[in-house]
Design a binder for this molecule. Structure first.
Ligand code: HEM
Length: 378
């Protein structure tokens, strides 16, 4: 059974997780006010994600490499682009990420409030992504301003505003590309500019799209993840004490993934049906937009137990998606978040939540603000 439901909330701060928990109690699939079919259950989201023939990623009118592609073209794009994100390709950047996190934590004053999403997460994400891609420090403030503007535009749901923000980001990318045409460097951006597919170099439009996917959405995602992690660690003192006592990288990664499963700030992606489909008994016609609600699916009580359990829940965790479009940046995001948490815990001996943490509003997940106060320096 389906019904219309508002999944676009007004900015009074409704917790998206509570809303989808309530909806999921009665429905696996609902239709929102935009007419999109929202898949809330784990099995339903997986069904769509692993079936690109029936659930196409060609949803946007804009070129999106690789996320808007299907079939052989998508496979070829992933083969070329995934090479930039292998453990071997990323390992050389770990020391730089660590230095960035350490310097940021060293700048915190004991007893002073700092806002984990904007002042820590976004700054760390912009610096780490710039170090990876070889982008100049002079772009930092513009990128930070862009993360804020992008969240505000997404939150507003106003298409022209979202388009304007996307254009601003494309302009930044074009400025990065321009000087490298004359004088290529040895950074990842220059290497990508010399790369190509389909037997030809990437076009400008394709380069902008690839770099937008590598940075645009993900600067914001990493920032939101840092906020969610800070919130959970501040409240779960036992878990934080265990992490401080020293755990392996693999164990820390599993804890972070489980925190993000319970409170997934990367809320959803869209598909378009290529034929009539049936999901949880609901008939969805051809040509309809379907929303894969990762945040809801990751909390589906028919799939996950009620207790925080990294080991038991890892296999079905959908924070980084599943199927052919599964996140190619998972290794990079995991490394960045691990390094950040390790350096934050190493550089502090205690921290607490400050006043007035504020949740984000759908369709942005996580928190808008997570003020924390470092009460002890290591
Ligand atoms: C914590 C941070 C991140 C989260 C939670 C996240 C999550 C996801 C998810 C759920 C998808 C699947 C989308 C779909 O099925 O339509 C995805 C796709 C993607 N992600 Fe990430 N991601 C993160 C960070 C990154 C980073 C750092 C990069 C790159 C440097 C990246 C690049 C991409 C790209 C290019 C795709 C599209 C893949 C395709 O369509 O084949 N992501 N991400």
């Amino acid at each position: 059974m389906t019904e219309h439901m508002p999944d676009d909330l007004d900015p009074t701060g409704h917790d998206l997780r509570e809303l989808t928990d309530e909806l999921r109690a009665g429905h696996r699939v609902v239709r929102n006010v935009r007419g999109e079919w929202v898949l809330l259950g784990h099995a339903e989201v997986v069904q769509a994600a692993v079936d690109p023939a029936r659930f196409s990623s060609g949803v946007s009118a804009h070129l999106q490499v690789p996320n808007g592609l299907d079939g052989a073209l998508h496979t070829e794009a992933r083969e070329v682009l995934d090479r930039y994100l292998t453990p071997e390709a990323l390992a050389p950047f770990e020391p730089a990420f660590r230095r960035i996190a350490r310097d940021l934590v060293a700048s915190l004053r004991s007893g002073a409030e700092v806002e984990a999403v904007g002042d820590l997460g976004a700054v760390f994400a912009v610096r780490a992504q710039s170090a990876w891609l070889g982008w100049p420090a002079s772009l930092e403030q513009r990128l930070l301003d862009w993360v804020v503007a992008n969240h505000a535009a997404t939150r507003s749901g106003e298409r022209p505003r979202m388009a304007a923000v996307a254009e601003d980001f494309d302009a930044i990318i074009r400025e990065v590309l321009e000087p490298r045409r004359e004088r290529p460097t040895d950074d990842v951006t220059s290497v990508l500019m010399a790369d190509g597919w389909q037997g030809r170099p990437f076009s400008d439009e394709e380069l902008v799209s690839i770099l937008r996917n590598w940075t645009g959405g993900d600067l914001g995602s990493i920032a939101l993840c840092v906020g969610v992690i800070a919130w959970h660690l501040a409240l779960d003192r036992e878990l934080t004490a265990r992490l401080r006592s020293g755990v392996s990288d693999a164990e820390l990664d599993a804890v972070i993934d489980e925190i993000l499963r319970v409170d997934d700030p990367f809320t959803s992606n869209r598909r378009r049906t290529t034929c009539p489909v049936k999901v949880a008994g609901v008939e969805i016609p051809e040509g309809e937009v379907v929303k894969l609600h990762w945040t809801s699916a990751n909390r589906d009580e028919t799939r996950f137990g009620p207790v925080f359990d990294p080991a038991a829940h890892a296999a079905h965790n959908l924070v980084y998606g599943i199927g052919p479009h599964v996140c190619p940046g998972r290794g990079l995001a995991t490394m960045e978040l691990r390094v950040f948490v390790q350096e934050f815990l190493a550089g502090t001996s205690d921290f607490v939540l400050g006043a007035d943490a504020e949740r984000e509003v759908h369709p942005v997940g996580g928190f808008r603000r997570v003020p924390i106060v470092v009460t002890g320096r290591a």
